[in-house]
Ligand binder design. Structure first.
Ligand SMILES: O=C(O)CCC(=O)C(=O)O
Length: 283
């Protein structure tokens, strides 16, 4: 048996150990990517906080009243359309925050994908704090009178219609929420229709079509009380919306009967509601 030390083998072994230690210490591609995403998210969070600190334009506008944006008398006295609820730069911040790394894995769906902020609709006790960019919008909704303080929105659903044609079937937003929904539109335009009879709506019987509203970039529409509870809203699956005399916000949305309005490549709606918890519904 030889007891001589194999110096070459020892040296090779030592080199291999050093190489392994160096590789373990060097950040891998995944770590670099995670680090970059953390930095990007921190920058977006700062933008969201700045948006909140600055208060959105609408919240600062003197003399603004929600009543002045009511779209029509009678059945629609509880529906409102505000064409310039946000400034374009404010909308950009909101879009960037929604497109940031924090939510990348949370979007669900395809042509119309969605994201819940503030827990799931059925969860009455709020499980998730809302981010600053959403709180900035909520502050503006309350400051503008779109929501009373007692019904401050605590749940946000974001729809991203990213295929240029998807819509949503006729529905009401249901009894889980206070009877008031505020919906901020970003991106391309779309026509929303309000029907007072679901079956007639499905048959396209226009006697049940109460109104249409063209929803433009940066606009807010609010459906409250009767319009929230009793009217069904839908957005057609189409690439072009036809403006008819039923469209009641023509002046505010800069359109006229007979126009055909092309959808954009992408439209987002940010839907604000106040989930009613047990202490509020008396159960
Ligand atoms: O996209 C919209 O403007 C409407 C969305 C909607 O009705 C909903 O998410 O319940």
């Amino acid at each position: 048996m030889s007891t001589a030390i194999d110096m070459k083998a020892l040296m090779l072994e030592e080199r291999a150990k050093r190489r392994a230690a160096k590789a373990a210490a060097a950040p891998g591609a995944k770590d670099v990517e995670a680090g970059e995403q953390r930095q990007q998210q921190a920058a977006l969070d700062a933008e969201g906080s700045a948006l909140r600190a600055a208060r959105c334009a609408i919240a600062n506008r003197e003399g603004f009243t929600l009543a002045s944006t009511r779209i029509a008398p009678q059945r629609l006295d509880s529906a409102f359309y505000i064409g310039d609820f946000l400034m374009a730069a404010e909308a950009d911040v909101v879009l960037r925050c929604l497109d940031g790394p924090r939510y990348a894995a949370r979007w669900r769906g395809g042509g119309r994908r969605n994201l819940n902020l503030g827990g799931q609709p059925g969860e009455l006790d709020i499980k998730e704090e809302l981010p600053d960019f959403a709180l900035a919008l909520i502050d503006a909704l309350v400051a503008s009178g779109a929501f009373p303080e007692a019904q401050r929105p605590n749940h946000v659903l974001v729809n991203d219609y990213c295929d240029g044609h998807s819509g949503c079937v006729a529905h009401t937003d249901g009894p889980l929420y206070s009877p008031r929904v505020g919906c901020l539109s970003l991106g391309g335009p779309a026509l929303i229709e309000l029907w007072d009879d679901l079956a007639k709506g499905a048959r396209e019987d226009e006697s049940a079509l109460v109104a249409g509203m063209l929803l433009r970039h940066c606009s807010l529409h609010v459906l409250a009380d009767d319009a929230y509870t009793n009217l069904f809203h839908q957005i057609r699956d189409t690439r072009r919306d036809v403006i008819t005399e039923h469209v009641v916000n023509q002046a505010a949305a800069r359109c006229a009967a007979g126009d055909v309005v092309q959808r954009g490549e992408r439209r987002l709606s940010i839907v604000f509601v106040h989930k009613i918890d047990e202490s509020e519904d008396g159960m």
